[in-house]
Ligand binder design. Structure first.
Ligand SMILES: Cc1ncc(COP(=O)(O)O)c(C=O)c1O
Length: 433
């Protein structure tokens, strides 16, 4: 069921009038539908968690990491993936249980690893050649142990933008498959008493709508499980198949149901383990975008409208690349509409530009819209993932507020950043103090 409805020419999101939300909280504003998130978590429960034994879902919180979101994920019975001390700190403040947190990241600092070990994070996904040794030293000092997986680079090229492709051979992510690099890491992990070597992890890329590359990567991981068994008589307990499941940004994008990826992945895993006499490892996935992207919209107010005769009309919004960097960063496509003219005929065509001082700050080109005027509320769809979490203060624009809506009720989960907060860490020149 869609959370998007139109009443009295206004766009409603999960029962809330978006024009009223813009008036109440100001713009730019992120609006997140709780029901839309729950539709996805329920699908995961039905088609994965309840269907197979020993499986887990860890929400990749980089997509949208706030205290309230961590609490929602805990309430819905999922684990949480974090990639930095900041994301971990947010989870800790939310009271997220340490044993259900997984810590990824290709260059974890000493302080971050210490924080994770001290908090008792459930899995550390090792993605650096010095990490196991550093982790073991921290564990000895803190008298703890750490459960680890190695993120491998499965050498799979995926069908997505190069900038969100991560599993190819030439990648900054993962431990290379080269046996001279990989196996010494595995031997160290098996030998170190402070390290509980649990398994292998891959994440091949993002915004994928074809399951063949996940399957190809899983075959690489499974053959390593077998090789590790044969070489070391060591049983891998867990495989993490990452995230990357695509969503619908614009017409033509395909959002596959989770089962489209997970059913064949589970069948492949069970068949491979059966054939090779292996215990089927726990299977973990790490969806980020697919849980929150479509639940979120952004609201902006239209300001200047400029028509260049014979060329195009620009309509400028009161945000842009600072609250949605993806179009500027890798030409990501979005669509939108005018919230206060939601049912009106779209007789004109405009290019939606942001207010940042960069020519690349263009959100949508040649979008059909009704006749526009300053003060209209513009909605961008599918901004729930990698919008707020990638927001910046470029041009000293404050980070927008985030409102969670459900069944016509709204609650503020992130307050708008103030000018004062933006400069709170800045210091006067000595002669001015
Ligand atoms: C290790 C890891 N896991 C999971 C994800 C989530 O990917 P997505 O948001 O495409 O599901 C990412 C995204 O960058 C990642 O790097």
């Amino acid at each position: 069921m869609s959370v998007k409805t139109i009443e009295n020419n206004h766009l409603y999101w999960d029962g809330c009038d978006t024009v009223a939300l813009a008036q109440k909280y100001g713009t730019p504003l992120y609006v997140l539908s709780e029901n839309a998130i729950l539709q996805r978590t329920q699908e995961l429960h039905r088609d994965f968690l309840a269907k197979y034994d020993n499986v887990r879902v860890a929400f990749a919180s980089k997509a949208f990491n706030t205290v309230a979101m961590c609490q929602l994920i805990a309430r819905e019975g999922l684990s949480l993936d974090v990639v930095s001390g900041g994301e971990l700190y947010t989870a800790m403040k939310a009271g997220f249980p340490g044993e259900h947190i997984e810590f990824n990241g290709n260059n974890k600092s000493q302080a971050e690893l210490e924080m994770a070990v001290a908090y008792g994070v459930g899995r550390i996904i090792v993605d650096g050649l010095t990490e196991v040794e550093r982790l073991a030293e921290i564990c000895r000092r803190l008298q703890k142990t750490a459960k680890i997986l190695f993120r491998i680079t499965p050498e799979i090229t995926v069908d997505t933008h190069d900038f969100i492709s991560t599993g190819q051979k030439d990648s900054k992510f993962g431990i290379p498959l080269n046996p001279e690099i990989l196996f010494p890491q595995i031997e160290a992990a098996i030998a170190l008493p402070e390290i509980e070597f649990y398994g292998l992890h891959f994440h091949i890329g993002s915004q994928l709508s074809d399951n063949s590359t996940h399957l190809a990567a899983a075959k690489v991981a499974l053959s390593l499980v077998n090789e590790i068994k044969e070489r070391y008589d060591f049983t891998i307990k867990e495989l993490n198949y990452g995230g990357g499941f695509g969503v619908e940004y614009v017409e033509g994008d395909v959002r596959q149901p989770y089962g489209y990826f997970l059913e064949p992945l589970m069948a492949l895993t069970e068949a491979y383990c059966g054939e090779h006499g292996l215990l089927r490892p726990n299977i973990v996935i790490e969806p980020g975008r697919s849980l929150v992207a479509e639940a979120g919209i952004s609201l902006h107010t239209i300001g200047e409208i400029k028509t260049l005769p014979g060329l195009r009309t620009y309509a400028a919004i009161d945000g842009g690349m600072t609250d949605n960097i993806r179009p500027g960063l890798y030409q990501a496509d979005y669509t939108g509409l005018v919230a206060n003219k939601a049912a009106a005929k779209r007789t004109e065509s405009v290019t939606i530009s942001g207010k940042a001082c960069e020519s690349t700050d263009i959100l949508m080109k040649d979008l059909p819209v009704p006749p526009l005027s300053a003060g209209d509320i513009f909605v961008t769809f599918t901004t729930g993932a990698y919008g707020y979490s990638m927001a910046s203060n470029y041009n000293k624009l404050p980070i927008p507020a985030v409102v969670l809506v459900k069944d016509g009720q709204d609650q503020l989960i992130v307050a708008r950043q103030s000018y004062e907060q933006m400069i709170q860490n800045e210091r006067f020149l000595e002669e001015w103090r």
